[in-house]
Design a binder for this molecule. Structure first.
Ligand code: SAM
Length: 214
């Protein structure tokens, strides 16, 4: 009973939230209409409860931010946190990231953020990993010239996989670190994600790369 009520509650909140873009395919090529300006649009794929994007959007009113999350229950938490502020430069999408090219046109994203993506440890699920070559090809379609992909994770196996995948992609690493929090220079301006706070507090090292096109 409780559970049912929660589910219908989250559907209503999502349906009524001005932060959530519905049927986003209709805005493909027209994100300037969504935001009412032509500021650069950065996308976080798998944003979770949105802490990282929320902080970035507060720090950078001159940029726009779109968060993609597949689960309504998680999206709900992101909406609730946003409702305390009034940010005009952030929007959320409830969707599977596999469909990202149906929502953003060629070069429409200024950059992509991947933070603590699900590991999908089984080999047969490798294509579902957000930094896989299949996903890197999707990002290649939608990221503008000069745009970057930034990925952080505590999962060394996933990170090693992500680095190997670059060989069959349009991207190369401009920066790679296996211990972000020990690198004073890279830590300048680092915005912590929820998972990053949790894992770094527990003593895990955080890996990060920044990709540019070859
Ligand atoms: N980025 C946040 C952070 O660093 O704190 C959340 C990390 S959490 C481990 C990964 C999130 O990505 C989950 O909320 C999950 O539902 C979402 N996610 C994973 N794969 C996805 C996909 N293919 N499409 C959309 N969301 C996805």
């Amino acid at each position: 009973m409780m559970r049912l009520r929660n589910i219908s509650g989250s559907r209503d909140v999502i349906a009524n939230s001005p932060y959530v873009v519905k049927e986003a395919q209709q805005y493909r090529g027209n994100w300037a209409d969504v935001f009412g300006n032509t500021n650069p649009v950065y996308v976080e794929v798998g944003m979770g409860k949105g802490q990282f994007l929320h902080t970035l959007a507060s720090l950078h009113p001159e940029c726009n931010y779109v968060g993609i999350e597949k689960y309504s229950s998680v999206l709900l938490r992101a909406i609730q946190k946003l409702e305390a502020d009034e940010l005009s430069n952030i929007r959320l999408l409830r969707m599977e990231a596999e469909e990202i090219v149906s929502v953003f046109g060629k070069g429409e994203a200024a950059g992509i953020y991947l933070n603590f993506s699900d590991p999908w440890p089984k080999d047969r699920h490798a294509k579902r990993r957000l930094p896989s070559a299949e996903f890197l090809a999707r990002y290649d379609e939608i990221v503008a010239d000069g745009g970057k992909i930034e990925f952080k994770t505590d999962n060394r196996a996933l990170f090693d996989f992500a680095v190997e995948e670059l060989a069959r992609s349009a991207w190369k690493a401009e920066v790679i670190t296996y211990d972000l929090h020990a690198d004073e220079k890279l830590m300048q301006g680092n915005v912590m994600t929820e998972y990053e706070e949790k894992f770094s507090a527990a003593g895990s090292r955080i890996c990060k790369y920044v990709l540019v096109r070859r």
